[in-house]
Design a binder for this molecule. Structure first.
Ligand code: URP
Ligand code: ZN
Ligand code: ZN
Ligand code: ZN
Length: 468
């Protein structure tokens, strides 16, 4: 069996930082041993392949619990395939993604899963799991959920937004939550009042307000927090846990805080775009604001303070990307003259680890928090822990050697995502991924890609680790 010793680095563990050696055997972490300890010395002498991490951080590979490779939306498809998107993830230090398989309207949840397996099978650079998007909550679909949980699809996304597309009414939401309460599944909620938003969209378009800026105006923060509030109450009635995805509004965070203070199993996620970008981006000239159209929308700056605070207090548990890239040329442009036709979503799977490290540099979060929100918490939340998200004996050897002093400027010229712009173009960040291992195999090293399509495997998941 292949043996690798990652030596000389500062290991970022959940209980803090330590000068330690990471010993890998085959695809798994064999041991994490104090520098200079007997076991570490013995391994060094045993002919293990050595990765010198001196002057670098050694941390678990990132876990991105929210991506949409090849997602159909607004008459087009997200521009990253599972092949290009997982390769870009690896470049950015993310070694596991959980993507969303979409139940077709009029079809079975299983059909969506089969279709997404077919897209991902044999082409991924890193490991992946699936959530299911329920877009047609029928009695039959509800019955399917028990078996899905048992086989490793342990979370279901529902939409309070997008009437006529993915939308579920309160009755469907309640029924799904009741089912989840019985089978241990986690309901993930896109919390925006889509019925009210569609009224505002219609009124705006009738007034001739058609540019991307209006996207940020009609998707009001109050319509996010109202939906979060409603989702929390429905989950209480059902007795189920709730995970609110892509939280962007201060008022929505306040709803989560209230629920959590009451002891409810309610969790929140936010994304780099809400932490680092503001609604002003939607006003960029020449329709370029369309690059920043996503839902929930970017918000005014004061919301960012609430999001950072939520991460520090733990009221927001996870930072995922909601990576859903559409090229500006030919895709975002579908919405020229009607902002409601701009495909919703932004690229970011490659940038998440670096942006969050910059937040450490800026003093917004600690090193420990970085590893928690980007690696350990998403792994726990989605039933991947301790296989993923931690450097522990027995864990998959998904590991990043990170250079905290390197400077880089984020740009579409140099990124690896299959999309013609970067949402963070020109952003200077300190820190850079040097070496990435996925199940013991070096997939990125010093600016070279050494991985292979098909190395990444499907990972069935356990139920949410915060509910045990
Ligand atoms: O704008 C977004 N977030 N697009 C992806 C689909 C979703 O709602 O997560
Ligand atoms: Zn969503
Ligand atoms: Zn506000
Ligand atoms: Zn999403």
């Amino acid at each position: 069996m292949n043996r690798t010793l990652v030596t000389g680095g500062l290991v970022l563990g959940e209980s803090g930082e330590s000068s330690a050696e990471v010993l890998i055997e085959g695809e798994r972490i064999a041991a994490v041993a104090a520098r200079g300890s007997e076991v570490a010395e013995a391994w060094a002498r045993s002919g293990a392949e050595v990765i010198d991490a001196s002057g670098h951080y050694v941390l678990p590979g990132g876990v991105d619990g929210h991506t949409h490779m090849e997602m159909p939306f607004g008459g087009t498809y997200a521009s990253d395939t599972f092949e290009t998107g997982t390769r870009a993830a690896a470049w950015g230090g993310t070694t596991t993604i959980v993507d969303f398989a979409i139940q077709p309207v009029g079809g079975a949840v299983r059909e969506g899963l089969d279709a997404w397996h077919a897209k991902a099978d044999g082409v991924c650079a890193v490991d992946y799991g699936f959530h299911a998007i329920l877009s047609d909550v029928t009695e039959d679909a509800l019955k399917e959920l028990d078996a899905l949980v048992a086989e490793g699809v342990t979370s279901f996304k529902l939409f309070m937004a997008y009437p006529g597309v993915f939308y579920s009414d309160d009755g469907k939401i309640l029924r799904t939550m009741q089912r989840a309460a019985g089978n241990g599944g986690l309901v993930m909620m896109h919390a925006e009042n889509g019925i009210a938003i569609d009224v505002l969209v219609e009124q705006a378009l009738a007034e001739g307000r058609t540019d991307p800026r209006v996207h940020g105006e009609v998707r009001r923060a109050l319509l996010e927090s109202e939906a979060v509030h409603r989702a929390v109450q429905l989950s209480r009635v059902a007795g189920s846990p709730l995970y609110v995805v892509h939280v962007s509004a201060e008022e929505a965070v306040e709803e989560l805080v209230r629920a959590r203070d009451a002891g409810l199993p309610v969790f929140g996620e936010t994304c780099p775009q809400y932490l680092f970008l503001t609604v002003d981006k939607l006003a960029e000239p020449d329709f370029e604001g369309a690059k920043y159209v996503c839902s929930t929308p970017l918000r005014p700056e004061h919301h960012q303070r609430a999001l950072w605070r939520g991460l520090r207090t733990g009221d927001l548990s996870v930072v995922s990307t909601d990576h859903c890239p559409f090229c500006f040329s030919g895709q975002k442009e579908l919405g020229r003259g009607d902002f409601s036709r701009i495909p919703n979503g932004m690229p970011g799977v490659e940038n998440r680890m670096d942006l969050l490290h910059q937040a450490v540099v800026d003093g917004r979060i600690t090193l420990r928090k970085w590893v928690e929100i980007a690696c350990a918490a998403p792994a726990r939340m989605f039933g991947l822990y301790p296989r993923k998200g931690t450097l522990s004996p027995g864990s998959d050897a998904d590991l990043v050697v990170y250079d905290p002093g390197a400077e880089q400027v984020i740009s579409a010229e140099t990124h690896h995502m299959n999309v013609d712009y970067s949402a963070y173009e020109g952003t200077r960040v300190r820190g850079r991924v040097r070496t990435v291992l996925s199940r013991g195999r070096v997939v990125v090293d010093g600016g070279a890609y050494l991985g292979a399509a098909g190395h990444g495997r499907y990972v069935p998941r356990s139920t949410c680790g915060y509910l045990d």
